[in-house]
Design a protein around this ligand. Structure first.
Ligand SMILES: CC(C)(COP(=O)(O)OP(=O)(O)OC[C@H]1O[C@@H](n2cnc3c(N)ncnc32)[C@H](O)[C@@H]1OP(=O)(O)O)[C@@H](O)C(=O)NCCC(=O)NCCS
Length: 154
C-alpha cells in the first residue's frame, strides 16, 4: 500500500454507496457474474441503526477499500459475519484478516463467543484463509459451507 495505512472504523450511512459497490465486486469475484444484483433497497439500514448489528469499513485516504457486515443473533447465541469484501487492488495485504479479528473482538465483548459465516465452496482461497484463522466446517449448505469458530474466552 506504498506505506499508506488503512484505518478501520464503523461504517455510517454515508458509506452505503461504497459498500454497495464492494458487495457487487465480491459477487463478481465469487460468482463471476457481471450482472450481479446488489443489496435490495433498505437491506443495509439495520447496520446503521442502534441495534447491535454493524459494519466495519476499512478506509485508505478517503476511499472505503473493504467492509465486513456483522449480525448479532443473541437469542440463538452466535454472531454471523454476513459479507466480507476487499477491493481487488488491496487484497492479500491483511485487511480481510484485520476485519475478521475486529468482529471476533466485538463478539467477545458482547459475550457471544461463537462466530459463524457462509463461504462458497468454489471460493477455495477464502476458505483456506478462514481455516488458517481457526474456522472449520459446521454444516454443508449445498454450494456453501457454514463455517464456525468458538472463540477462546479471555
Ligand atoms: C477473501 C478476502 C475477503 C480476504 O481478504 P484479504 O484482505 O485479501 O485477505 P488477507 O490479506 O487478510 O489474507 C490473505 C489470504 O486471503 C485469501 N484470499 C482469498 N482470495 C484472495 C485474493 N483474491 N487475493 C488475495 N488473497 C486472497 C488467501 O488465503 C490469502 O492467503 P494466501 O495469499 O496465502 O493465499 C478478499 O480477498 C476478497 O474480498 N476476495 C474476493 C471476495 C471474497 O471472496 N469475499 C469473501 C466471501 S466469503
Amino acid at each position: 500500500m506504498n506505506g499508506a495505512r488503512y484505518e478501520i472504523r464503523l461504517a455510517a450511512p454515508e458509506d452505503e454507496a461504497a459498500i454497495r459497490e464492494l458487495f457487487k465486486e465480491m459477487l463478481r469475484s465469487v460468482c463471476g457474474a457481471d450482472d450481479a444484483e446488489g443489496y435490495p433497497e433498505g437491506y443495509l439500514d439495520k447496520f446503521f441503526s442502534d441495534r447491535e448489528d454493524l459494519i466495519y469499513a476499512a478506509e485508505l485516504g478517503s476511499e472505503v477499500i473493504a467492509y465486513l457486515s456483522v449480525e448479532v443473533y443473541r437469542a440463538e447465541g452466535y454472531v454471523y459475519l454476513d459479507d466480507l469484501s476487499v477491493t481487488a487492488a488491496h487484497r492479500g495485504r491483511g485487511v480481510g484478516s484485520a476485519l475478521i479479528e475486529l468482529a471476533e473482538t466485538y463478539a467477545l465483548e458482547l459475550g457471544i463467543p461463537d462466530v459463524v459465516f457462509h463461504v462458497a465452496k468454489s471460493n477455495v482461497r477464502a476458505f483456506r484463509l478462514y481455516e488458517r484463522k481457526g474456522y472449520s466446517v459446521f454444516r454443508d449448505d449445498g454450494d456453501r459451507y457454514l463455517m464456525h469458530k468458538s472463540l477462546p474466552k479471555v
